[in-house]
Design a protein around this ligand. Structure first.
Ligand code: UT7
Length: 326
């Protein structure tokens, strides 16, 4: 059975920076509250760009790093909960922008776990011999679904995109093991209520602010720590490894307190955990993609390292992936 390895990474963050002090002027909050409760100091916010615009820029960088030609890309999977349009998929727009004429294209909706879900799908399709390479993108414009009047959520989110190019490799390298899961019973904990077929857009959905993220943050927090430990331990077991084998944990960047609690339970010291939430906040599917790219570009990942991606998010859904860096 073939596996897949990552041969190129890219990221793109919009230029505009929104600091905690900026938010102090928008809602009843403080830099001190946001920093101590979440670890976030600032986030990036788009000015007129869409998910495909950000994803295209990240994709071009990943393709360049991988030294592949866009026209040779065979599969594009985009993880996003903030697509350009409900349909066509954001993958279609990225395909057009980069000129990947022969690629199969679709989006994956798995919230903050989307990038790892998309990597898992790419691995499955490549391992099955359907494609020889794939471009996997996580791109989000969370500012477009953020209620800027709701202090309990608006301080958390940001915009950005990350991308990876994956190709086949032998079984003991690249992605060693994956664990995916979900529990739809917990759907209401983190939800964008309106705009879909259940509650189509109407005057009342707009007036009731139902086109914005609603989150029962405290409840999500408690479940998140347990889920993130559980899923990464299962992915490690699928890879015949244990927590102490992890060289670098790249967790979903939702809250620094969650990341620290997960690391503690896994017995990982600070130098084996990648954190960039201070700069970008929570970018849903883009968080892990950007974090992985920054971890690699900053020299935190070396050949042979065991890298663990560990995510959870709205659904609730969770996903982990163990990579032997090649
Ligand atoms: O990636 C998707 C998954 N999402 C997450 O992982 C998020 C998980 N949850 C969290 O990260 C945390 O629950 C939050 C950061 C969202 C909230 O932190 P918390 O420690 O759970 O705070 P809380 O919701 O229990 O609120 C504590 C207090 C409340 O005031 P009272 O009722 O104690 O008087 C809130 O009204 O903090 C208040 N509060 C704020 N105060 C200042 C809530 N938001 C803010 C704010 N600024 N922005």
């Amino acid at each position: 059975m073939l596996s897949v390895k990552i041969v190129g990474l890219g990221k793109y963050l919009p230029k505009k920076i929104l600091t905690n002090h900026d938010l102090e002027r928008m809602v009843d909050t403080s830099d001190e509250w946001i920093t101590t409760r979440t670890g976030i100091k600032r986030r990036r916010i788009v000015e007129g760009e869409s998910a495909s615009d950000l994803g295209t820029k990240a994709a071009r960088r990943a393709i360049k790093a991988a030294a592949v030609k866009p026209e040779d890309i065979e599969l594009i999977i985009v993880a996003t909960i903030t697509p350009d349009t409900q349909f066509p998929s954001t993958a279609c727009y990225i395909q057009k922008n980069i000129g990947a004429k022969k690629a199969a294209v679709f989006d994956v909706s798995a919230a903050c776990s989307g990038f790892v879900y998309a990597l898992a799908v790419a691995k499955g399709m490549i391992s099955a011999g359907l494609y020889k390479n794939a471009l996997v993108v996580g791109s989000e414009i969370l500012s477009s679904i953020t209620d800027w009047n709701d202090r309990s959520t608006c301080v958390l989110f940001g915009d950005g995109a990350g991308a990876a190019v994956v190709v086949p490799t032998t079984e003991s390298k690249g992605i060693l093991g994956i664990h995916l899961g979900g529990d739809g019973n917990l759907a209401d904990l983190l939800i964008l209520p309106a705009g879909g077929s259940r509650l189509p857009v109407s005057k009342s959905t707009v007036e009731n602010r139902q086109h914005y993220i609603k989150m029962r943050g405290n409840e999500v927090f408690k479940i998140a720590v347990k889920i993130m430990v559980d899923t990464v331990v299962k992915a490690l077991a699928n890879s015949k490894l244990r927590p102490q084998d992890i060289d670098l944990l790249v967790p979903h960047q939702a809250n620094l307190r969650i990341i620290n609690a997960v690391a503690k339970r896994l017995g990982l010291e600070e130098n084996r955990v990648f954190v960039n939430i201070n700069k970008y906040g929570n970018m849903s599917s883009a968080s892990t993609a950007v974090a992985l790219c920054e971890a690699y570009e900053s020299g935190r990942i070396k050949k042979g390292d065991i890298v663990a991606l560990d995510t959870f998010g709205g659904g609730l859904v969770w996903a982990s992936c163990i990579i032997r860096w090649d």
